[in-house]
Design a protein around this ligand. Structure first.
Ligand SMILES: [Zn+2]
Length: 270
């Protein structure tokens, strides 16, 4: 259905219609219970997001699956986008300084904010960009394979790679590449769905069938469920890793902007 609509409606018109629809939703859900720091509007409720699958509950996977109060009605930022953005805005000087940023698989609302910041030298892309002509990603996004990044060593001050590694079969190659292109003193925000009660990551490279992946990992395009050893994998790639629980620093405010109270930020430094 989506493909048929996209074939009939030109992209520019689709983008305009979607913009008008989001404005309407923003107006419809207007209120004082929630606030989105990305579009800077307030709402009586946020919308649900994510995929329902019992695997997410079974392993208590944080940051994945179906979430209530996750999606901003106006800019479509998710709880995960607002978590990353709030860290950058509230706990770093990233937005105030001249920085070179690599944003992998850029989320629309984060992309819009960061790419419009005059101080940020913004570069983005994702694998298979050529095949993606929807409204979520920009039309002319660059193709990037994180296991073979086309950048010089030590190119970026900051990298955002938000819920990508769980889709990558060769995740260790990806981590090493991210480390290679990061400048010394820089940091990467490397979010994944994370099962803190699992000692070891569940994965099986022989499982290629999307239906089996859905049953085993909770989503048809996920290739594993990360456990505690996710941190070891990042360390083995060269990073020093810090887990930051942003919510605990100001529960009242972070309730208002509707981030996941349980989700840690994985800050990987070089
Ligand atoms: Zn918003």
């Amino acid at each position: 259905m989506k493909k048929i609509i996209q074939a009939i409606i030109p992209f520019w018109l689709g983008a305009k219609l979607r913009g008008a629809w989001q404005k309407f939703l923003g107006w419809f859900y207007k209120g004082n219970n929630y606030y989105c720091p990305l579009c800077q509007h307030s709402f009586r409720k946020m919308l649900p997001a994510g995929i329902k699958n019992e695997i997410f509950e079974k392993y208590h996977i944080i940051g994945g699956g179906y979430r209530l109060n996750a999606l901003c009605p106006r800019c479509y930022s998710t709880d995960r986008d607002r978590l990353v953005f709030s860290y950058l805005k509230d706990f770093t000087h990233f937005l105030e300084n001249q920085n070179k940023l690599l944003h992998i698989a850029p989320e629309g609302a984060l992309r819009a904010y960061l790419s419009n910041s005059l101080k940020i030298n913004y570069i983005s892309g994702f694998k298979g960009a050529d095949a993606f002509k929807g409204y979520y990603y920009q039309q002319h996004e660059r193709h990037l394979d994180i296991t073979h990044l086309p950048f010089e060593n030590e190119s970026f001050d900051v990298i955002i790679c938000n819920h990508v590694l769980e889709h990558v079969s060769e995740d260790k190659s990806g981590m090493k590449e991210l480390y290679r292109v990061l400048k010394p003193g820089g940091f990467a925000i490397l979010q994944v769905p994370y099962a803190p009660e699992l000692k070891l990551t569940i994965e099986d490279p022989s499982i290629q069938d999307p239906k089996l992946r859905l049953r085993k990992f909770g989503q048809k395009d996920h290739v594993r469920i990360y456990g505690q050893d996710y941190i070891n994998r990042l360390q083995e790639s060269g990073f020093s890793v810090e887990l930051i629980y942003l919510y605990q620093k100001n529960p009242t405010y972070y309730d208002k902007i509707a981030i996941n109270a349980e989700e840690p930020l994985f800050i990987a430094r070089k």
